[in-house]
Design a protein around this ligand. Structure first.
Ligand code: AMP
Ligand code: GLY
Length: 424
């Protein structure tokens, strides 16, 4: 079969790689893809929000299945457009992708169905939000309602920071229309775990857990980013925690969406905080995480195409979703300056070192071919250097070794990815 993957990041590289391992697949396309993805898939020069062009490409090229990576097209309704044209597509429809697209929606859903999460209030009037803050406990968390490239969450330590935050989000519109509504949320403490899951509308099957590192700098300092590295599985996601989450969070969420007439098919990414009072939902995403996909999908043993098809057909209960008992660590090589300003266009050298190695992966996030045909940096997050091994410690050692194989000007990475492994 022929498969089209939509997106251009490390996540999509990991998805394309997993698909390339399926015996059912004869050809993979990726739009718009990147330099690394071009080794496994034919690159198609169409952007992720050009729904009609993408659907026309799928029709003209007899694509059997399209897989959508990023949040923007999902929240924008790409799946509905493909379905209206009779095309098979993996991902939630617009009315289900709202689980990620509106934090106010997801918080109200959790409240209505008793799914554990932080206490909150929603505001569309900045004056009321400012009034509310006067009596609130600090620290407090402000969340722009809509999509904001993972940057729409502010943790405020005191009233002044919180007031400034309300102004930035609701009045200065720092995140555009994402800030028309604001969620003000109780600050929680604990370890964070990312649990991705496949969902077919009624059945939910989780993938192996992961732990992200969202801040730009070592020791979780600096600005929030899309993720600077991660590891899988999380040693803190114990059997006991898993059982609690299955019963109180995962199943209830999928059932709640169905009851609301918003049947969810695709990937739900549960961002969890293991608080002293038990696991609680930090956020939902309606897609694979990036870089969570890099560490999780390298450990997937089942055929991902079978799983995608089962999610679309509603047969996930009969389809195996199995992971190896190994471990994986991913360290992001970024352009210095990310997530703010950075330079790009620098040649990436040393990529050939990964060729022919089964347990080392170099997933490309921001890379492209320049006019001379050389691979150059083309984004904030450039590469996701990933290694697998039988233990987390060994995988971490290997991943950091492999970060030295590649060089480019302005290369930046965190040096403490997986530090929590030593605390387990
Ligand atoms: P989100 O995009 O909602 O996952 O938020 C980004 C990051 O902000 C999370 O990964 C947490 O580290 C932090 N965060 C979000 N909500 C809370 C909360 N209620 N309490 C403490 N930290 C939070
Ligand atoms: N790494 C977090 C995310 O994909 O949202």
């Amino acid at each position: 079969m022929k498969v089209l993957v939509i997106g251009s990041g490390g996540r999509e590289h990991a998805i394309v790689r997993a698909i390339s391992r399926s015996k059912k697949v004869s050809k993979i396309y990726c739009a718009p893809g990147n330099a690394g993805i071009s080794e496994l898939a034919e690159i198609v020069d169409i952007k992720v929000m050009e729904f009609d062009k993408l659907a026309a490409f799928a029709k003209d090229n007899d694509i059997d299945l399209t897989v959508v990576g990023p949040d923007d097209p999902l929240v924008g309704g790409i799946v509905d457009v493909f379905e209206e044209k009779g095309l098979r597509v993996f991902g939630p429809r617009k009315n289900a992708a709202i689980l990620e697209g509106s934090k106010a929606f997801s918080k109200d859903l959790m409240k209505k169905y008793n799914i554990p999460t932080a206490a909150y209030e929603t505001f569309d009037d900045p004056d009321k939000a400012l009034e509310y803050l006067k009596t609130a406990d600090m620290p407090i968390v402000l969340k722009a309602d809509g999509l904001a490239l993972g940057k729409g969450v502010l943790i405020c330590n005191n009233l002044k920071e919180a007031e400034d935050g309300v102004k930035e989000i609701m009045l200065d519109k720092k995140f555009g229309s994402a800030g028309n509504k604001l969620v003000i949320e109780e600050f929680m403490t604990g370890r964070e775990v990312s649990v991705l899951s496949f969902v077919d509308g009624k059945t939910v099957k989780t993938m192996s857990s992961a732990q992200d590192h969202k801040r730009a700098k070592d020791n979780d300092e600096g600005l929030n980013t899309g993720g600077m590295g991660n590891f899988s599985p999380s040693p803190f996601y114990t059997k006991e925690v898993e059982e609690f989450c299955e019963e109180k969070i995962f199943k209830p969420t999928v059932e709640a969406m169905a009851k609301e007439g918003r049947e969810f098919k695709g990937v739900i990414f549960f961002g969890l905080m293991l608080t002293p009072k038990g696991p609680k939902v930090l956020e939902y995403n309606a897609r694979f995480g990036d870089p969570e996909a890099q560490v999780v999908l390298t450990r997937l043993k089942s055929d991902i195409i079978d799983i995608f098809e089962a999610c679309i057909d509603g047969t996930l209960d009969k389809t195996p979703v199995e992971f190896g008992d190994d471990a994986a660590v991913c360290v992001i090589l970024a352009s210095d300056g990310y997530p703010l300003e950075y330079k790009k266009g620098f040649e990436i050298k040393g990529l050939e070192a990964f060729k022919g190695k089964e347990d080392y992966f170099c997933f490309h996030a921001g890379s492209k071919f320049n006019e001379e045909g050389k691979i150059v940096t083309n984004g904030g997050r450039v590469l996701g250097v990933t290694a697998t091994a039988s233990t987390l410690k060994e995988a971490r050692k290997k991943a950091y070794e492999a970060t030295e194989w590649v060089t480019f000007e302005n290369k930046y990475m965190r040096t403490d990815i997986g530090k929590a492994i030593d605390e387990a």
